[in-house]
Design a protein around this ligand. Structure first.
Ligand SMILES: Cc1ncc(COP(=O)(O)O)c(C=O)c1O
Length: 442
């Protein structure tokens, strides 16, 4: 497969017919930014049902870490599927789950021994972390951050504070959740400059929340994304995570890092938290962990995750086929793809920064590895959010054969499979350049 190559108007006739059927039977809550109907994929290429080929800089929301249908991952899935599909790790034992537990212990960003809880998605990984933190500390409170996304089931959704539409109409949420400002240096919540940042935004936690609203000994955990994903690909300074570690240690709270989007090699290290030198107590994973098969994991130090049988479990969690896909994925990440994310990511970031000189609508470019965000603004001084323009660029990329997604109110996210080549990165930049030029803001 090679491309980009567009053969029909978009959507093509077959895609249009499927979308029409979808409209009658599939939940209207899904967010489809443009009419892509996938037929097959290979590496960073996606072919739609009409034979159009796109370069994929979404990886299905940062999931297909090893590229679409990597042969090693497919083989692991087929081999395991031929043996057995399910036996519930909740009630029985099977080796792939044990092997994955061992592997996760080897890569965890904090000293062991560790244990892992297996679910099926990012939100389940975070539900497990929330329950674990409450159970272990015997405290009810959880601190999370504005702009964060942790999932859409009731526990995780109570922490999520990204787009209002995700919360509107669904309350009341679980009690005991408090939100604090995230260190978004482009829009510093306390008006500081990145050069002199000492994570002053965390004073809100120390001098407001923990002084006036909730006693430190009532807080079980601080849950944080090391890089905000859905919130706009926001990279906080390292001092932010370091201060969070200090605050949690000082008050006996757990530090839970949600690596659902930023983990599994995407940032050029196995976990984004590793860029900061901070060791968390619990790490949650999903998305890229099994290259597209459903799997969510919460890994913690064994001392913390020692809850008795029956306290938490899942029928499907840690499905043997997903575990096999994950083992093959992690092997590929360790062998070459984390390095590729670092090298090609640096190239893509540099190229995206160069686009800033040509397109004044790009207010900020940030990222680590192949987790890159471009924030679009109507005016670089006022930083007025260019939301409509962002949406137009996303659609403009699609109409030129490049798949990208929005993030936050006005950012474009680049989260390609970690197999992306420099040449493919250049193709992505060229198309982005054209789509930005086409919206006519120069
Ligand atoms: C950081 C983060 N946490 C949790 C989730 C929820 O994952 P899932 O959609 O698999 O439940 C997401 C999904 O985008 C995410 O980006």
């Amino acid at each position: 497969m090679n491309g980009p190559s567009l053969k029909t108007a978009l959507p093509g006739p077959k895609a249009a017919a499927i979308i029409e059927r979808d409209g009658r039977v599939v939940s209207t809550s899904y967010t489809r930014d443009y009419p892509l109907v996938m037929a097959r994929g290979e590496g960073a290429w996606v072919e739609d049902v009409d034979g159009n080929v796109f370069l994929d800089c979404t990886a299905g929301i940062a999931v297909t870490a090893t590229g679409h249908s990597h042969p090693d991952v497919v083989k692991a899935i087929v081999d395991q599927a031929g043996k057995f599909l399910h036996m519930s790790g909740t009630d029985f034992y099977y080796e792939p789950q044990v092997q994955l537990g061992e592997e996760l212990s080897a890569i965890a960003p904090m000293p062991g021994p560790h244990r892992s809880f297996f679910g099926n998605s990012g939100t389940e990984a975070n539900e497990a972390a929330i329950k674990l933190a409450r159970y272990y500390t015997k405290r009810p409170g959880i601190i999370a951050f504005f702009g964060s996304f942790h999932g859409r089931t009731m526990g995780s959704l109570s922490l999520t504070a990204s787009k209002l539409t995700q919360r509107r109409g669904f309350g009341p949420f679980i009690p005991g959740v408090y939100h604090a400002p995230y260190a978004n240096c482009y829009r510093c919540p306390v008006g500081n400059r990145p050069e002199t940042c000492a994570a002053e935004c965390l004073r809100f936690i120390e001098e407001q929340l923990l002084m006036h609203v909730v006693a430190p000994e009532d807080v079980a955990a601080i849950v944080v994304e090391p890089i905000q994903g859905e919130g706009g690909y926001v990279v906080p300074p390292n001092v932010f995570m370091q201060r969070l570690r200090e605050i949690t240690t000082q008050h006996g709270m757990l530090l839970v890092v949600d690596e659902v989007q930023s983990g599994m090699g995407r940032t050029g290290k196995m976990f984004a938290i590793e860029h900061t030198g901070v060791q968390p107590d619990v790490v949650t994973m999903a998305k890229g962990i099994a290259s597209g098969l459903p799997l969510g994991v919460a890994t913690a130090r064994s001392e913390i995750i020692s809850w008795p049988p029956g306290t938490h479990a899942s029928t499907f969690g840690g499905n043997p086929v997903s575990c096999a896909a994950s083992l093959a994925t992690i092997k590929l990440l360790r062998e070459s793809l984390i390095k590729n994310a670092e090298v090609v990511g640096a190239h893509l970031l540099e190229g995206a920064k160069a686009l800033m000189e040509k397109h004044r609508i790009i207010g900020d470019v940030r990222g680590r590895g192949l987790m890159i965000g471009l924030e679009l603004v109507r005016d670089r001084q006022t930083k007025e959010r260019a939301t409509k323009e962002r949406d137009a660029v996303v659609r403009g990329c699609f109409s030129r054969g490049l798949l990208v997604l929005g993030a936050g109110q006005n950012a474009i996210r680049l989260s390609p499979p970690l197999v992306l080549t420099k040449q493919q990165a250049d193709t992505a930049l060229e198309i982005l350049d054209q789509a930005l030029s086409a919206i006519g803001r120069g």
